[in-house]
Design a protein around this ligand. Structure first.
Ligand code: GUN
Length: 354
């Protein structure tokens, strides 16, 4: 059925129903949504070129509601599959995958991330070991990593970043055996990613690709603008989006703090990946109608809540979301996908060790 047909249902939008229709040369379909995930402020319908949806192209314009790229749903599906894979492995008499996580210091955000990773290991039948230091010297930390490298019962090692100032994260990352580097940060894995060779993909960019895949978003030929050039997110995601893969084949612009006319470049984007670490940085005027927006930011912003803070992304969600075709929420978006991707890498390492 063609998208122009009255009863057409977009495959990714099963709950939408057509509520109105304009007439004339520029036929417009107006849709409302019953998607309970929508914040009430985002229930309006917005103009979107249909060809951004699944790569289909046609000459008409429609009103669409934005869809939330729900990291809870996608990561749950991935974790269920991982859990089954682990059960099969164990039923064959093999040990489950084992992730060793190292946390240095008392940064509450890092403590939260690491405990979420450990909890996800438990949920999926992985073994995990948490190594915690209130403080440690660089040499002692490297010694611990060398010990874990040699431990044949450990498949994956991650050192939560950032590290205290007196420790060089470059030295620490380089000390991890590339074959256990399930964060994909080691120069060997980063180089292999760049060359298109087999490697461990860094968890956040990998998680974003898994999210695009879960929602069957075809980004071929689209203009993706990545904001932020970090080794953890910006650089690797720019490579993955441009790879000749599916999803992939986007035309990527990698932007950063020195980019001139950033607003203008973003306003031309079909896809925006915001990974700059500044709450609410991406404003509505920087976003084209119908764009896909991926928010990687996890920022703590003080507020009057009992907790004293809230977690917000790099996107001014309230004002940007209504303009988009798809958007990730924060929390509940990319963060959960990062953990799912990390577990996938750890299982991969386990299977390569058999
Ligand atoms: N800090 C922020 N993101 C990450 C990540 O993906 N892995 C680790 N180890 N530290 C981080």
């Amino acid at each position: 059925m063609h998208p122009g047909d009255a009863n057409y249902k977009h495959p990714d939008r099963p709950q939408e129903k057509i509520t109105g229709r304009a007439s004339g040369n520029n036929r417009i379909k107006q849709k409302s949504t019953t998607n309970s995930q929508f914040p009430s402020s985002s229930k309006a319908n917005y103009l979107l070129p249909f060809d951004i949806l699944g790569g289909r192209s046609h000459s008409e314009w429609y009103f669409y509601s934005m869809i939330i790229l729900d990291g809870r749903v996608a990561s749950k599906a991935i974790k269920e599959k991982l859990s089954n894979d682990v059960k099969v492995l164990v039923s064959k008499g093999e040990r489950p995958p084992h992730l060793a996580a190292i946390l240095v210091g008392k940064d509450p955000a890092s403590e939260f991330y690491v405990s979420s990773k450990v909890k996800s290991c438990e949920e999926t039948g992985f073994k995990s070991t948490l190594v915690k230091y209130e403080d440690v010297s660089e040499d002692d930390l490297i010694e611990k990593i060398v010990e874990l490298n040699k431990d044949e019962t450990v498949d994956g090692i991650l050192v939560q970043l950032p590290l205290p100032r007196h420790i060089s994260s470059k030295n620490i990352i380089s000390a991890i055996d590339p074959e256990k580097d399930v964060d994909g940060f080691h120069p060997v894995n980063a180089g292999n990613l760049m060359l298109g060779n087999e490697s461990y993909l860094p968890a956040t960019p990998y998680g974003i690709m898994l999210l695009l895949e879960h929602y069957k978003l075809d980004i071929k030929g689209k203009h993706a603008v990545v904001i932020g050039r970090s080794n953890i997110v910006g650089r690797p995601i720019s490579i993955l989006l441009s790879n000749n893969t599916h999803p992939g084949n986007a035309t990527v612009t990698l932007t950063h703090s020195q980019t001139a006319d950033l607003g203008k470049i973003c306003a031309d984007a079909d896809i925006i990946v915001a990974a700059i670490g500044k709450p609410g940085f991406v404003k509505a005027h920087m976003v084209k109608d119908g764009a896909i927006v991926i928010d990687v930011g996890i920022n703590r912003v003080d507020d009057d809540s009992p907790k004293g803070y809230k977690i917000t992304g790099d996107v001014d969600y309230e004002n940007v979301a209504p303009k988009t075709s798809y958007i990730t929420p924060v929390p509940g978006g990319v963060g959960l996908m990062t953990i799912a991707a990390l577990l996938k890498n750890t299982l991969k390492s386990r299977l390569l060790r058999i």
